[in-house]
Design a protein around this ligand. Structure first.
Ligand code: NDP
Length: 248
């Protein structure tokens, strides 16, 4: 059985991805910043055939990233897929003219620098083995400007270029790289703005009139890891109920 690393797999979209991958018989290495998590135990209960391990890892820390990969290789022997899902919103939704340098650095370090250097380390391993797949969880915010969380938008726009760069670099090794751009997905991250998006969805923000669920993203990741889009790389997949279509 193959092993996938899912960053931020303890809850929200990452947990939804982990569930769909477990259903597709992937062993899983999930990580987040908390010391421990019951996510692995819950997944094993639901999918007894798979091995799931939880690792404490802050993706913005070089030492943590190094530990994570070493631990996964020690415990699983190897890994065949990396899903860069972990990400954060700004702690404060500050207007573009008030955004602090501290918030900019925090969001960029977790949402862009961490995934970049984790991908770089994984890519070296994949290049040697001539196998592997990388999926980046970007966001509709890569193209939609929100002036109350500019640092988040910039980090996700960066994920867009990161996907292209790794797709180009890794093609000769047979490693495909994809990006999924979720729209509005129900999770802890969006729980603070639930009323706002309930209203926007009711008013037609999405063509499909509902919130997205973590499983909507999980199913897309599972499709990519199965190799269903084998003849494509660098591809961006919007999972947003049609909200990405600009309308007049
Ligand atoms: P949640 O806040 O619900 O979950 C985030 C997950 O990432 C948790 O497991 C969290 O665990 C982990 N995490 C956060 N920071 C780090 C870190 N520095 N290192 C390792 N793990 C970390 O968010 P979502 O599930 O909603 O978001 C997942 C991804 O999807 C993010 O990249 C987000 O930007 C993206 N996205 C979400 C959308 C939405 O509508 N929800 C829309 C578009 C994109 P812990 O706190 O314990 O570290």
């Amino acid at each position: 059985m193959k092993t996938a690393i899912v960053t931020g797999g303890s809850r929200g979209i990452g947990y939804g991805i982990a569930e769909e991958l477990a259903a597709n018989n992937w062993n899983l290495a999930i990580c987040a910043r908390q010391e421990s998590s019951d996510a692995a135990e819950n997944l094993i209960k639901k999918f007894p055939g798979v091995t799931v391990r939880y690792y404490k890892c802050d993706v913005s820390s070089a030492a943590d990233r190094e530990n994570l990969l070493a631990s996964v290789i020690r415990d699983f022997g190897s890994f065949e897929a990396l899903v860069n899902n972990a990400g954060v919103a700004p702690l404060v939704r500050a207007d573009l003219l008030e955004m602090t340098e501290e918030s900019f650095d925090r969001v960029m370090n977790i949402n862009l620098k961490g995934p970049f250097f984790l991908s770089q380390s994984a890519a070296k391993i994949f290049a040697e083995r001539k196998t592997g797949v990388i999926v980046n969880i970007g966001s509709c915010s890569a193209t939609v400007a929100s002036i109350s969380r500019g640092e988040y938008c910039i980090s996700k726009a960066g994920i867009g270029m990161m996907t292209k760069l790794f797709a180009v670099k890794m093609a000769e090794f047979g490693v495909n790289v994809y990006e999924i751009r979720p729209g509005v997905i129900s999770s802890d991250m969006t729980s603070t703005v639930k009323a706002k998006y309930d209203k926007l969805i009711a008013e037609g923000l999405t063509l499909q009139p509902r919130w997205g669920e973590p499983s909507d993203i999980g199913k897309a990741v599972a499709m990519l890891l199965r190799g269903d889009l084998a003849y494509s790389t660098g591809t961006v997949i919007d999972i947003g109920g049609g909200m990405e279509i600009a309308r007049l």
